[in-house]
Design a protein around this ligand. Structure first.
Ligand code: A3P
Length: 301
């Protein structure tokens, strides 16, 4: 099937979460074959939580001594972040049952949408570090709906927001239920804060400098006083900003190998855009679900 066709396909439940049948093979292969190294870094997100943004940020942060942030040869200028930080189950183990990862230089940087309980065992057993990014579900649902429609062919007609919203609230969304995904990592991050850095899109938007520095500390690559003086933190954030990335030629005109236009990953990148799309009833319903699911967890969205 083409990307446009499988966006409409039935989701299958595997280990308590929903996946497209086409993608399950990648999940299974990844679980079976991926061997994590102690210094690997994994970005984990729910779809539409800002994965593309954090991929760019982590890449720029972790490899900042290899590339000048202002240099013309910075890989982000000519590559979409998804190329630079590939998904394990959606790219590497999707394309190849047991891919050769020897060309990845240390520390290796990968991404995944897998829920905690479905991570390859070696990720849980090794000392690798995880950065978990989540987002307010009201913005996620709007972003999911917009993305689904972007991928649909004109003859397929538009998908209504009511349909996407209903399924999301039932817990039937890609890698959903959303709250289980988030709570799985939240509880683990409380138990093991050295291993999982739990971040929200909203916090990153609000205080990007602070969180970038915290992530750097967490990953063991803190900014030196000299780097702080040179405004390295700002340079990274500027290069990874929505306006800068979404206006690069590669992200405006390029496509993934499977044909998704990279501009589908950049819509408006705002907090609270749900106010323009969700009805009062929808907001009340989703707020109530989240309140119930998060009760007693200590997590506030
Ligand atoms: P919106 O649809 O609300 O605009 P993902 O990368 O996980 O698929 O998430 C996509 C969402 O992240 C989209 O949200 C997209 O616009 C937003 N996004 C992409 N790049 C961004 C950036 N550099 N800064 C902030 N948000 C970004």
């Amino acid at each position: 099937p083409t990307e446009s066709e499988w966006i409409d396909m039935t989701l299958y439940n595997y280990q308590g979460h929903w996946h497209y049948a086409k993608q399950l093979q990648g999940v299974l292969s990844c679980q079976q074959h991926f061997q994590s190294h102690d210094n690997d870094i994994l970005l984990v997100t729910s779809p539409k939580s800002g994965t593309t943004w954090l991929k760019a940020i982590l890449f720029s942060l972790v490899y900042r001594t290899r590339f000048k942030q202002t240099g013309d040869d910075h890989p982000l200028l000519s590559n979409n972040p998804h190329t630079l930080v590939p998904f394990l189950e959606l790219k590497l183990y999707f394309e190849n049952e047991n891919p050769d990862l020897s060309s990845f230089t240390s520390p290796r940087l990968f991404a995944t949408h897998l829920p905690y309980r479905s991570l390859p065992k070696s990720v849980q057993d090794s000392k690798c570090k995880l950065v978990y990014l989540c987002r307010n579900p009201k913005d996620i649902v709007v972003s999911l709906w917009a993305y689904a429609n972007k991928l649909r062919l004109p003859e397929m007609g538009a998908k209504s927001i009511d349909e996407v919203f209903e399924k999301f609230c039932e817990g039937v969304s890609l890698y959903g239920p959303f709250w289980d995904h988030m709570l799985g990592y939240w509880h683990e991050s409380l138990k093991n804060p050295e291993k999982i850095y739990f971040l929200t899109y909203e916090k990153m938007k609000e205080q990007p400098d602070l969180h970038l520095k915290k992530i750097a500390d967490f990953l063991g690559c803190p900014f030196s006083p000299k780097e702080e003086e040179e405004n390295k933190v700002r340079a990274i954030l500027d290069m990874c900003s929505f306006d800068f990335l979404s206006n690069l030629k590669v992200n405006r005109e390029g496509t993934t190998p499977s044909g998704i236009n990279y501009n589908a990953f950049f819509r408006n990148g705002k907090v609270g855009d749900w106010k323009n799309y969700l009805t009062t009833e929808m907001v009340t319903r989703l707020d109530k679900i989240c309140e119930e699911k998060l009760e007693g967890s200590g997590l506030k969205l």
